[in-house]
Design a protein around this ligand. Structure first.
Ligand code: URA
Length: 427
C-alpha cells in the first residue's frame, strides 16, 4: 500500500481497495503521503474515475480523518428536534442559505448550516454574513447544540476537525486543476455533510456557466452520486438541479446579498430567489415529514424574519445595524433598447470578484460593500442608455478590470426570449 503503487494502479485504470484508500487518505492527512503524490493521484482519479465502492470508501476515509459530530438528542420544550440541512454546489448571487436556514428553523426544526468562504468567482456564505456588524462565524460544538436547541438556526464555520482530509485535499485540487472530478466533488461535499451529523440533507446542484457542472448530464450524475452516498451513511438525502447560467437575484457581493436576503425574509425580494428558497424549503420540510405546511406562510407572517434576527443576535450580530456600502460606484448602460436575453453568471461572478467581493488567495480580506447589482433580469425590457448594471467597489482602480469581465456578459435583442418557467430544472 505504498503511495507510488496506489498512484500507479489508478493511473493504469485499476480499482483501489478499501485498505489502499484508507492508507492514502490517512497518510495524506498525517503528512506521510506528500502533496505531490496526492496531486498525482487526484489527476489519475480525475481521468480514470472511481467505482461507487471506491467513492464510498473515499468519503468514509475523509470522514474518519476527523470527528463525526452527533446532533442526535436535541430537544426544545421536551420535544425532540429533527435536523435538516441544505448544501449548494455553489453559484453566483446564491444567497439562498441566508433566508432558507431561519425559514426552516421557524417550523421548529434544527438547521446546522456549516458553511464555507468563497474562493474564486463564487461567493461564500460566511463572507456574506460577516458584512453584519458584530456577527461571528465561530461557534463551539457546545454552543452549536445550545443555539440549535434554542433558536434552531446556526450558520457557522466548520471546526478544523470536520473532515480535515477534505480541507487539505480541496486546497491541493484547487491549484492542480483537479477540482472538476465528480467522484472527488461528491466525496468532498458529502464527507463534510455526513460528518456534520445532520439527519436529512437537500442538495442544490447547480447547472450552467456559473457552476462547477456546466451540463445537465454531469450535474445529474453528481447529484445521483451524492444522494447514494447520503443514503449509504443513513442521511435522508435528495437533490434538486437548478439553473446557474444567469446569476440569482439582483446582486452578487457580500452586503448586497445580505440586503437581498433580508428583503426575502420581509416577504419581498426577487422572484427567482423567492422561488428557489421555497422550492428548497418544501424539499427540506418533506424530508422530515412536514408535508402539510407551506413555507411561504412563514415569509409572509414574519416568523422566518424573527428567527433570522434571533440567529444573527445569537452570534453577536446586530440585525438592525446598517449594512456597509462601497465607497464608489459606476454604472454600465444598456447598449440598445429591447429585452435582456443573456446575463452570464460566470462573468458577473468574476466582475464581483474583481471589485473586491471575493479573494484570490485563501485568508485574504474581502470588501463587504463590493459587488455588482443588475437592474434587469432575463426577459426584462431595457432601454438604451439607462443603467443596466451598477458596480460597487471601495477602490475605484478596480472598475477597469470588472468592466473587462463584463464586455460580453450580456445581450439585448428585439424579441422577448422564451424562458424556462422555473429555476428548478430537475431532481
Ligand atoms: N464544494 C466542495 O465542498 N468540494 C468540492 O470538491 C467542490 C465544491
Amino acid at each position: 500500500n505504498d503511495p507510488v503503487s496506489i498512484i500507479g494502479r489508478k493511473r493504469d485504470g485499476g480499482e483501489l481497495s478499501t485498505a489502499q484508500i484508507d492508507a492514502v487518505v490517512a497518510g495524506f492527512t498525517a503528512g506521510t503521503v506528500a502533496p505531490e503524490q496526492m496531486s498525482a493521484l487526484a489527476m489519475a482519479i480525475l481521468w480514470r474515475g472511481m467505482s461507487r465502492r471506491e467513492i464510498a470508501d473515499w468519503t468514509a476515509a475523509m470522514i474518519a480523518s476527523g470527528t463525526r459530530m452527533d446532533l442526535s438528542g436535541l430537544r426544545r420544550d421536551g420535544r425532540a428536534l429533527a435536523t435538516v440541512d441544505k448544501h449548494s454546489t455553489g453559484g453566483v448571487g446564491d444567497k439562498i442559505t441566508l433566508p432558507l436556514t431561519p425559514l426552516i428553523a421557524s417550523f421548529g426544526l434544527a438547521v446546522p448550516q456549516l458553511s464555507g468562504r468563497g474562493l474564486g468567482h463564487t461567493g461564500g456564505t460566511l463572507d456574506k454574513l460577516e458584512a453584519i456588524a458584530g456577527w461571528s462565524p465561530q461557534v463551539s460544538p457546545d454552543r452549536l447544540r445550545e443555539q440549535l436547541s434554542r433558536v434552531g438556526a446556526v450558520i457557522c464555520a466548520a471546526s478544523d476537525d470536520l473532515a480535515p482530509a477534505d480541507r487539505k485535499l480541496y486546497a491541493l485540487r484547487d491549484v492542480t486543476g483537479t477540482v472538476a472530478s465528480i467522484p472527488m466533488i461528491a466525496a468532498s461535499i458529502m464527507s463534510k455533510k455526513i460528518a456534520e451529523g445532520t439527519g436529512a440533507l437537500v442538495l442544490d446542484v447547480k447547472v450552467g456557466s456559473g457552476a462547477f457542472m456546466t451540463t445537465y448530464e454531469r450535474a445529474h450524475e453528481l447529484a445521483a452520486t451524492m444522494v447514494e452516498l447520503g443514503a449509504d451513511a443513513g442521511v435522508r438525502t435528495s437533490a434538486l438541479l437548478t439553473d446557474m447560467s444567469a446569476p440569482l437575484g439582483r446582486s452578487a457581493g457580500n452586503a448586497l446579498e445580505v440586503a437581498e436576503a433580508v428583503e426575502v425574509l420581509a416577504g419581498g425580494g426577487p422572484a427567482d430567489v423567492v422561488e428557489l428558497t421555497l422550492a428548497l424549503a418544501r424539499e427540506m420540510l418533506a424530508a422530515v415529514g412536514y408535508e402539510d405546511v407551506d413555507p411561504a406562510d412563514h415569509l409572509a407572517d414574519g416568523s422566518a424574519m424573527d428567527t433570522w434576527r434571533a440567529m444573527i443576535a445569537a452570534q453577536g450580530g446586530d440585525p438592525d445595524a446598517p449594512l456597509p456600502r462601497a465607497h464608489h460606484s459606476e454604472t454600465v448602460s444598456a447598449p440598445e433598447s429591447g429585452f435582456l436575453t443573456d446575463l452570464d453568471a460566470l462573468a458577473v461572478g468574476q466582475a464581483a470578484w474583481e471589485l473586491g467581493a471575493g479573494r484570490s488567495t485563501p485568508g485574504a480580506a474581502v470588501s463587504a460593500g463590493a459587488g455588482v447589482t443588475w437592474h434587469a433580469g432575463l426577459g426584462d425590457r431595457v432601454v438604451a442608455g439607462a443603467p443596466l448594471l451598477t458596480l460597487h467597489a471601495d477602490d475605484a482602480a478596480r472598475f477597469a478590470a470588472a468592466r473587462g469581465r463584463l464586455t460580453d456578459a450580456f445581450a439585448v435583442a428585439a424579441e422577448r426570449p422564451a424562458l424556462p418557467a422555473s429555476r428548478v430544472l430537475g431532481r
